[in-house]
Design a protein around this ligand. Sequence first.
Ligand code: HEC
Ligand code: HEC
Length: 259
Amino acid sequence: MSSVMSGRSGFTIRFTLFAAMLSLGNQAFSQDTQFSLDDRLLNASPYSIAADPELDDHMTGLAEAAISEHCAACHGADLTGRPGVPNLVDFDWLWGITFEETNEVGPIMELVQTITHGVRNTDCPDIEDVSYYGGCADTRYSEMPGYGGLGIFNDEQLADLTEYVLQLSGETADAAAAARGEALWPICIECHGPEGFGYKPYGGPDLTDGVSLFGNDRETVLDVIKEGRTEVCPAWGNTLAPATIKALAVYIWRRANGG
Ligand code: HEC
Ligand code: HEC
């Protein structure tokens, strides 16, 4: 009997609290219909940002300040990158964006993901976030293996693979060596795709488009295949506000599209 009683009074108290919260919520809502520019930016599609000059100015201001303070050191003030750091405005993407998108919302979410969680980021505020491969949860992750140290290929085979990559990227290559390299290519498909067009979920670059992260010369290509590469972009979710990250994603996408 007493447990039924306390159950009932518990219900009454919870119901009263719930009703009080509802009316408080209503009050807050009716008094604060004017959301901050940051809130509006976070909830707006790229189309509604472009259609609202005040919001568009806010987005541009946040993005340009963050770029000169946080991104220019690596990606350059004009965001065109340098060896090992990608150009962010050439519409050639390593991560997530497949070129088959039919609207602007998906690619901007991919950029928000990359900027928030970084690439191969290992600086996790909460140690439990470290995943089995050593990166933080949600960071973009994969590795270009260093085949020189793996004992899979000998020096001739590494040179043959180099000629095949040069051929894929339209550089002058030794045709016979490239044909031998092509026979070894299946091991590379997982991240660069059967035809070398790249694989966005693993950040494996397109090797056929003439855009090169590290360089298209023979010496650099051989070095990448032999030594591997694991470049890092920091996780900006550790330091930048969500509205700034959204502004960066919208701004970078627009610049990459020529805007
Ligand atoms: C310490 C150097 C460094 C800084 C600072 C840096 N980045 Fe990066 N960023 C990189 C590197 C290196 C990569 C390439 C990682 C890889 O190999 O995939 C990258 C990749 C990216 C990508 C993925 C591009 C693609 O093609 O998918 C985005 C987006 C990006 N950075 C945005 C930013 C933004 C925005 C800032 C500033 C808030 C910033 N980065 C600051 C080094 C940096
Ligand atoms: C497990 C995934 C993975 C496999 C397998 C892999 N790669 Fe890569 N490769 C990458 C990633 C990721 C990068 C970019 C590394 C970075 O940005 O730090 C890359 C970069 C490269 C580059 C430099 C491209 C540029 O734009 O400068 C070359 C060349 C290359 N890989 C060749 C190969 C060859 C040849 C093989 C097979 C023998 C191979 N890769 C296998 C993931 C892979």
